[in-house]
Design a protein around this ligand. Structure first.
Ligand SMILES: *Cc1c(COP(=O)(O)O)cnc(C)c1O
Length: 369
């Protein structure tokens, strides 16, 4: 049987009653939009993080976009982020009308914070670190820069539910933090979902208007921009149930990562490293090798699916050509993108399936050298 890079059906089989009960709870409640389940999920997600407010929205891209808009970022403003991210991070910046500015990453794929100061201009309004693959960006120097220059910080936590950084939870370190609950994420819905965390009162109120037509009171628009970006009640109720299992999911991911490291540590694959002070949640298990494409092809022949997250650095895509970056402008990002690939990683991946992946990789690597 094919081993996929991600799958949820075994998890669904194990949690089916709970998921169907969540659906039935909402359908039988008599209120289908912005009601008890969304409100409860917001309270529970905020409480888990020890922040004051959570505003649930329809997806992670809009969480970033509304997060930026709520922080006052718009046309004419620059947002410093990385090109080595899921493209939606940058689509959201553009969606808010702002201009993305990229800094390079380190060998561990995370924003090279030492490059941020040189990227500041009088138009810089916000720093947007992406906690990529499940571990956090080095936040202390970013927070220091932001404080010194009066900038907002929006964390992109779409890949970092449950991650910690020097004891602090991802999503509690910025002015606000954006989450996605896309099904593959560490906390995933059965469809789309997202949320923004903040402890700032005014930011919370703006977020609630931004997702609800610009209204605080029904039928009366107070300000623009505004959207309809509500989280669905059914997804919220499912997320409430799954949030209680988040630590279990993370523990399972860590065990899978540990077994990969044990099984592949003596090969010439470059394995992921956890930066000092980070508790990694292993959203994706990214390795690299100069013969990446041959490895992916050889494993496909053995019915094992691998993936590349992500094959193209954002600044090289035609959709962002107007930003004026050229090949060579972010050398580490561009080099890593040519060699990375990811191994199957999801909580219900069985040890047997994982052994098959490790053995196939070891076999294939021998024939390559
Ligand atoms: C998934 C993801 C997003 C977008 O989330 P959606 O829910 O798919 O819109 C944004 N940023 C990062 C880093 C992501 O991984």
């Amino acid at each position: 049987m094919t081993i996929r890079v991600w799958g949820y059906l075994d998890e669904y089989a194990a949690e089916r009653e709970e998921i169907l009960d969540a659906v039935d709870t909402v359908f039988g409640s008599g209120r289908l939009v912005l009601a008890d389940s969304v409100r409860s999920f917001e309270e529970e997600f905020a409480a888990r993080h020890g922040v004051r407010h959570c505003v649930a929205v329809d997806n992670g891209t809009n969480a970033v976009k509304l997060g930026l808009e709520a922080l006052g970022v718009g046309p004419g403003d620059e947002v410093i982020t990385v090109s080595n991210t899921a493209a939606p991070t940058v689509v959201a910046i553009a969606g808010a009308g702002a201009t993305p500015v990229f800094v390079d990453v380190r060998e561990d794929y995370l924003m090279d914070v030492s490059k941020v100061e040189a990227a500041l201009t009088p138009r810089t309004r916000c720093l947007l670190p992406v906690h990529l693959y499940g571990q956090c960006v080095d936040m202390a120097p970013l927070e220091e820069l932001a404080a010194r220059h009066g900038l907002a910080v929006l964390e992109d936590c779409a890949q970092a539910h449950g991650a910690r950084h020097h004891g602090r939870a991802a999503g509690t370190m910025g002015t606000a933090a954006a989450f996605s609950f896309y099904p593959t994420k560490v906390l995933g819905a059965y469809g789309d979902g997202g949320a923004v965390l903040t402890s700032d009162e005014e930011t919370d109120r703006r977020l609630r208007r931004l997702r609800y037509y610009g209204m605080e009171e029904r039928y009366y628009v107070t300000d623009l921009p505004a959207h309809n970006s509500r989280l669905d009640e059914v997804q919220a109720e499912i997320l409430r149930r799954k949030l209680r299992r988040l630590d279990t999911y993370v523990t399972a991911r860590r065990e899978i990562a540990r077994r990969y490291a044990e099984g592949l540590g003596d090969t010439d694959l470059v394995l992921p490293e956890t930066a000092p002070g980070n508790d990694h949640v292993h959203y994706v298990y990214v390795v690299r090798h100069p013969r990446r494409d041959a490895i992916i092809e050889a494993l496909r022949e053995r019915d094992i699916e691998l993936n590349i997250s992500y094959p193209w650095p954002v600044h090289t895509m035609t959709g962002f050509a107007h930003l004026g970056y050229r090949e060579g402008s972010l050398p580490v990002t561009e080099r890593l993108a040519r060699e990375i690939f990811s191994l199957p990683m999801y909580p219900s991946l069985t040890p047997d399936a994982q052994d098959r992946v490790v053995e196939a990789l070891r076999d294939v690597l021998k024939t390559l050298t």
